[in-house]
Design a protein around this ligand. Structure first.
Ligand SMILES: [Zn+2]
Length: 307
């Protein structure tokens, strides 16, 4: 399918329509899953469970099949979920999270009635997966796990689970945002390694070589926010001014879409942007400067015909 000749507005319109159709289809698929499961039709086809039928026969990936099954069970219990799926207020990941909680509560002998479930679903509408998990953990009083877990894995890698306080998480997230120029993948393991290497270098003067790391980005080690560095030489925006701009912008992208009024607020690879580029006669005066994420910085350059 060649979409390259379609006008932007039509392309966006089409995708919106397709997304609505997809959500309707998702709802229909969940209804069908429930009916097929209640008639045990998968057994006649040679499968011992609906999950196997979905993965082996219908070709769903294991995660996709699991999420659909969990969501279908919740839909069966609370039919009002249908409307929320169709209008995009709840997604399969959230429904899976809720269903898992309900199952857990059931195991613990806590009866959650439909009215309570509906209330929970209302609370998590339009929330991210992280926010949903946090709400559910608070609502269902999930025990706080404080012990650290280090699990060796077969390829000599190690899986670590640690508990962070809200403040510790905020601090790490801030470091991750500030280093997102160097760590574009946003990977926590790379962040911890980079911070450790910087500290080792500071204390011992020795540079720790990247060893068996999958991340290419660590090769940039030592160059904090490279785009800022090059920008400084080229554009001469003072570091103190940049800091002030970032602070005023609350360390978020300030881009507001003219068509939808949506503010980006990304914290990824923030850069100081000239509203009117220097190349087009703009100046370094603060009212010509704003903080943008990498995506909107590129968009701005594109709109000025500079990329
Ligand atoms: Zn942005």
């Amino acid at each position: 399918m060649d979409l390259s000749k379609i006008a932007n507005s039509e392309l966006l319109g089409r995708l919106e329509k397709l997304t609505r159709t997809e959500r309707k289809m998702t709802h229909l698929i969940l209804c069908h899953i429930n009916e097929v499961e209640s008639r045990r039709l998968y057994a006649e086809l040679g499968f011992d469970s609906m999950f196997k039928y979905l993965t082996k026969y219908l070709g769903y990936g294991e995660d996709s099949a699991y999420r659909r099954l969990q969501a279908a069970r919740l839909l069966k219990q609370v039919p009002a979920v249908a409307e929320k799926i169709e209008n995009g207020m709840l997604n399969l990941t959230q429904l899976t999270q809720v269903q898992k909680c309900l199952k857990q509560e059931n195991h613990l002998g806590h009866k959650i009635n439909n009215q309570q479930t509906v209330q929970v679903l209302e609370e998590i509408q339009n929330k991210s997966s992280f926010e949903t998990k946090r709400f559910l953990a608070q609502e269902f009083n999930h025990p706080i796990q404080t012990h650290e877990v280090i699990k060796p894995q077969q390829d000599n890698s190690v899986r670590i689970e640690v508990m962070l306080t809200e403040d510790q998480m905020k601090t790490l997230q801030q470091a991750k945002d500030l280093l997102s120029h160097v760590l574009p993948d946003g990977n926590w393991a790379d962040l911890f390694t980079l911070l450790a290497k910087k500290h080792i270098h500071k204390e011992t003067g020795k540079t720790v070589k990247p060893n068996n790391t999958k991340s290419q980005s660590l090769k940039c080690e030592g160059k904090l926010t490279p785009s800022f560095t090059t920008e400084r030489k080229r554009k001469h925006v003072k570091v103190t001014l940049k800091r002030e701009l970032l602070k005023n912008a609350n360390h978020c992208c300030e881009y507001i879409a003219p068509t939808t009024g949506i503010k980006c607020t990304s914290t990824y690879q923030l850069q100081v942007d000239h509203r009117i580029p220097l190349a087009c006669g703009g100046s370094h005066s603060p009212d010509n400067l704003r903080v943008l994420c990498r995506t909107h910085n590129l968009l701005s350059a594109q709109q000025w015909g500079l990329s």
